[in-house]
Design a binder for this molecule. Sequence first.
Ligand SMILES: Cc1cc2nc3c(=O)[nH]c(=O)nc-3n(C[C@H](O)[C@H](O)[C@H](O)COP(=O)(O)OP(=O)(O)OC[C@H]3O[C@@H](n4cnc5c(N)ncnc54)[C@H](O)[C@@H]3O)c2cc1C
Length: 376
Amino acid sequence: MPTTETNEHKALREAVSALGKRHGRTYDREQLWSEAAKLGYLGVNIPEEYGGGGGGISELSIVLEELGAAGCPLLMMVVSPAICGTVIARFGTEDQKQTWLPALADGTRTMAFGITEPDAGSNSHRITTTARKDGTDWLLTGRKVFISGVDLADATLIVGRTEDSRTGRLKPCLFIVPRDAPGFTRRQIDMELTAAEKQFELTLDDVRLPADALVGDEDAGLLQLFAGLNPERIMTAAFAIGMGRYALARAIEYARDRTVWDAPIGAHQAIAHPLAQAHIDLELARLMMQKAAYLYDAGDDVGAGEAANMAKYAAGEACVRAVDQSVHTLGGNGLTREFGLASLITAARVARIAPVSREMILNYVSHQTLGLPKSY
Ligand SMILES: Cc1cc2nc3c(=O)[nH]c(=O)nc-3n(C[C@H](O)[C@H](O)[C@H](O)COP(=O)(O)OP(=O)(O)OC[C@H]3O[C@@H](n4cnc5c(N)ncnc54)[C@H](O)[C@@H]3O)c2cc1C
């Protein structure tokens, strides 16, 4: 793995940063989405033959991190090009690739992703959304919660299960469900989040889907799912690092100027050191994110799995701490709307919970990396 960024990556970072700064914190999500798409940034990871940039998650994570650092993160990048684009590019039929990949790359179509269920939560082995065969069609029934951007998306990639005809056991499978499919309804969840993307509870009531709604092999199960979940974790790390950098930059500006005794508050080590620590934590998290992206793009799914979990953990924690310290640095102004940092306190917590919580990553590392026994 290269220890410094390539010139191409540096150039991409600078160009996206310039785009982000033009839009800034008061960005219009739709405008930024279509501009980023036109410039080729949303599809950097999509294969060139399907209209993308032919890069990987390394490039896509740079795009999301830099937009976040400019105060205008595009949450749907975590799902549409990263999870859905990856899964379709790796496991979709030629028809699915032709239908979706060029449109995901040029931003004309968006796809949401739904795995979380009310009665399964972190334990995705327990999901019960079930697909039954009806002739050549599928009938999909179940419930999902906290699914982001379903209203913006043309379709949602739903993780369901089909019954194994030999064993009767349920196997995970992925289905493309169009937004307006009969029987597919959504209710917006009232979140305490200031964000352009909303979360939804979904009900699937015998949603009839054609045979070609199934993505990939019915029997490949978890392998296909993890092809999408590792990019999701890496992209959530990028989201968190971007947000942490944005908050920290506001705090540093403020600490340089704000003077209540003789020197600016940034001269006090009680203010300066925690900001320096936050910077170090964000940089370290970025290194792990780059490692995870590098391994993923090199085709090492197993190595990428461990690194993606660690990167998501490190970035989520670094983001929460950076935002907390930044708000504190601004004193009372940290809680005003004018300075715009207080809403990040809630937003930063998302990176600690989703798509896999801090505790579940610690469980993973305890069992998979350290070989400790499982408690649950
Ligand atoms: C803003 C936002 C956007 C989201 N977008 C999407 C989306 O687009 N698509 C999607 O599918 N999902 C989405 N999610 C859902 C998210 O992935 C889940 O919230 C997350 O996986 C945790 O599940 P849960 O909320 O059911 O928590 P639970 O599983 O109920 O966990 C609650 C708490 O218990 C802890 N816990 C659970 N089990 C254990 C254990 N064995 N050991 C130790 N601690 C444990 C957890 O760490 C957590 O702190 C989103 C969530 C949020 C907040």
